[in-house]
Design a protein. Structure first.
Length: 93
């Protein structure tokens, strides 16, 4: 097999199937959940304390950290960032 590329890229496939935007949103949420969880661990911050700092419930923090739960508002993400001493940065590229 001398051909450099066989078939299409995953992005091309997802785009053709109409699922690229959904896949990117899921990936972004998983990255954010991972980053928040990592910062909480670094700061030895419990879910209960995180909820207190965000003025929300522990169940809301659980949903935020659940990489399979896609719904997270910008306001919630901003509260989480502030609770961790960080800022949320969103960009259109």
């Amino acid at each position: 097999m001398n051909e450099q590329h066989l078939g299409s890229s995953l992005d091309d496939f997802l785009l053709e199937e109409g699922r690229l935007v959904e896949a990117e949103a899921v990936a972004a949420k998983r990255v954010l959940a991972f980053q928040i969880s990592k910062l909480m661990a670094e700061q030895q911050l419990s879910k209960a304390e995180m909820a207190r700092r965000m003025s929300t419930s522990r169940a809301a923090v659980d949903r935020l950290l659940d990489s399979d739960t896609e719904s997270a508002t910008v306001a919630t993400l901003e509260k989480a960032a502030a609770a961790l001493g960080r800022r949320l940065y969103i960009a259109l590229v």
